[in-house]
Design a protein around this ligand. Structure first.
Ligand SMILES: [Zn+2]
Length: 105
């Protein structure tokens, strides 16, 4: 089982990461429901909701993969690193993300 570094230097197993990421996504949706009563795309100028016929995804600002590579694995389950995006904005985000200079391919 692979493990990845956190900023404190400790390593965390992939299964634990996956579990915590899942929980963070649930928490993110909970927070939105509490604050707004529904889930919508948080991209500026978009704001699509579930009635627009597109799934609204939990999208990482810094991808889980990048967090792991950069040794900031705990960011993967930080709710502040998760943004709700409609499928269209999610795709655009994942394509245009420049990434950390250290992890650039
Ligand atoms: Zn959107």
């Amino acid at each position: 089982m692979p493990s990845y570094k956190m900023t404190n230097g400790e390593r965390v197993e992939k299964s634990v990461i996956d579990y915590r990421v899942r929980k963070a996504k649930e928490r993110k949706i909970e927070m939105m429901m509490l604050e707004h009563g529904y889930v919508f795309c948080e991209e500026v100028g978009c704001g699509k909701n579930a009635n627009c016929g597109e799934p609204i995804d939990c999208s990482h600002d810094i991808s889980v993969d990048e967090c792991q590579k950069m040794g900031i694995t705990e960011w993967a389950w930080d709710v502040k690193n998760i943004t709700m995006r409609c499928r269209t904005c999610h795709k655009i985000h994942d394509k245009t993300i420049i990434g950390h200079p250290l992890t650039k391919k």
